[in-house]
Design a protein around this ligand. Structure first.
Ligand code: SF4
Length: 487
């Protein structure tokens, strides 16, 4: 517990028990990363995780502002919490994240039972604001216009012991017309490479085997100190970290995706052959209206170069349907790119106007029923393509990292789950060639042969070929009586 942080006053009537917390996370990986910091901060201040969310002394809502119904979701949740709080004196509610950064004091005006509102630039202030609200019996609203400290310097409590998010930058210098992130998370701020690599080394020393480098636009990493090749160099430096088995990153941006990054991916063994690169639209006219600063041809050319450097790479994307002014011809261009790019998966979204973004003010909003109909056609095509891409993996031997949570046993099939190097989800049966159960744990690396493909996951019902327990070196894999054929 940090001596300089006020220790939270124990709950009424329970003087000897620490106050409990629950952090509810909405939105993107950046929020997941921030929530790991919020839980780390609260635990460092002496709070403990509540056994059940509804019973927590402190409820923290880490909000998202990307989609229109985000507001409805927040005020709906706060409405549900009001009677809970009324029935439990001393309970506190705190609201953080992008919607807090946007709505500020409006939140306590609409929901006066909220105790604390903090922004995306000062998540470190939560424990102090909670105590101040308690002592002064007054709601605390503290929103900063620029970053106080890099969230990565704050204490953390990670969801997984083997995988970790490592933020390399916060904020974004782009101005996509549908996006509110730059106005809520500010201009891009880059961490120094040394700080990032030191954090990764510390994580590996704690047993982490996989890191995901995180930024709104990882490809422009280094812009702040004028090094356009910084991201490619960072990937290569991760390759020198002993014990770091897997490196992933999100989100790249096609306009800044340069060949040095493709080369770094292909030439650095622990950088995974997997790329999640948002397309948003396949139409040049719509990409221009979105202010995405690339066109269809450039996007497909990057995909081709990635594939020629890493033929086994799995590529996924984000696509928005129904952007204002989108015609049937524009939409046909999106379908064309989905066929050409052969995505292993696509996160598809129906456009919804976000107040405060330029696109929300555009005249030609596409009627809902048209957006819905196009959305269904896109999902059907994207699923078809993903399924045929998955079918091409059947018969291949892949190495999985058995992930926490995802690694739990399926009671019906007794299968465990893990992620392949290309981030595909694989459900496998933990038995050896004689049908005996194999002891597999989260974080272990197992080699299995893919025997079946579904649209969004793969299955291996063949005997496990090898197991490499967490912490064991590559060459220590326990072969289970079957020759290993590496993918
Ligand atoms: S790149 Fe565009 S969509 Fe992504 S965070 Fe920046 S402004 Fe938003």
């Amino acid at each position: 517990m940090r001596p300089d942080l006020p220790s939270p006053t124990p709950p009424a009537g329970r003087p000897d028990t620490p106050r409990t917390y629950s952090v509810r996370t909405y939105g993107c990986q950046m929020n997941v990363h921030d929530s790991e910091r919020l839980t780390g901060l609260l635990e460092q201040a002496g709070y403990v995780a509540a056994a059940d969310d509804d019973g927590a002394d402190v409820v923290v809502l880490n909000t998202c502002a990307v989609r229109e119904n985000a507001d409805n979701k927040l005020y709906g949740n706060l409405g549900h919490l009001a009677p809970v709080k009324a029935g439990r004196p001393g309970m506190q509610i705190a609201v953080g994240g992008c919607l807090a950064q946007k709505d500020r004091g409006e939140i306590t005006r609409r929901a006066p039972w909220v105790d604390v509102v903090f922004g995306t630039h000062n998540i470190g202030s939560l424990p102090v604001l909670l105590e101040r609200a308690r002592v002064q019996q007054e709601a605390q609203v503290e929103i900063l216009e620029s970053l106080e400290v890099f969230p990565s310097t704050l204490p953390t409590r990670r969801e997984s012991a083997y995988s970790a998010w490592v933020s390399i930058s916060v904020g974004c210098n782009n101005t996509c017309t549908f996006c509110i992130v730059p106005s809520l998370r500010g201009k891009e701020k880059d961490r120094r490479p040394g700080d990032i690599l030191a954090e990764v080394e510390a994580l590996v020393a704690e047993g982490v085997r996989e890191v995901t480098l995180l930024g709104q636009n990882v490809n422009s990493y280094g812009a702040e100190y004028a090094d356009r090749l910084a991201f490619g160099k960072l990937l290569r430096s991760c390759g020198d970290i002993e014990g770091l088995e897997r490196v992933r990153f999100t989100s790249p941006h096609p306009k800044d995706f340069t060949d040095d990054v493709i080369a770094a991916m292909a030439e650095t063994p622990n950088v995974m052959p997997q790329l999640h690169m948002p397309l948003q639209s396949g139409s040049d006219r719509v990409l221009k209206a979105m202010r995405r600063s690339y066109r269809q041809q450039r996007y497909l050319a990057i995909i081709d170069r990635v594939r020629s450097a890493m033929p086994e790479a799995a590529i996924t994307t984000d696509i928005i349907v129904g952007f204002p002014g989108e015609t049937e011809d524009d939409f046909a261009e999106t379908l064309h790119v989905v066929r050409q790019a052969r995505f292993a998966g696509a996160f598809t979204f129906q456009y919804s106007p976000r107040p405060g973004t330029p696109a929300a003010a555009l005249e030609e909003q596409v009627p809902r029923e048209v957006v819905q109909e196009r959305y269904e056609r896109l999902v059907a095509l994207a699923d078809d393509v993903a399924w045929s891409e998955n079918k091409a993996v059947v018969g291949r031997t892949v190495e999985l990292m058995v992930a926490q949570g995802e690694g739990r046993k399926d009671v019906r099939t007794h299968r465990l789950s893990g992620r392949a190097r290309d981030n595909r989800l694989v459900h496998f049966t933990p038995v050896d060639r004689d049908g005996r159960p194999v002891d597999v744990r989260p974080g272990d690396m197992v080699e299995v042969e893919v025997t079946y493909a579904a649209p969004h996951h793969l299955v291996s019902d063949a005997p496990v070929r090898s197991v490499r327990p967490t912490g064991a070196r590559e060459e220590a894999a326990v072969l289970l009586g079957m020759p290993t054929v590496r993918a």
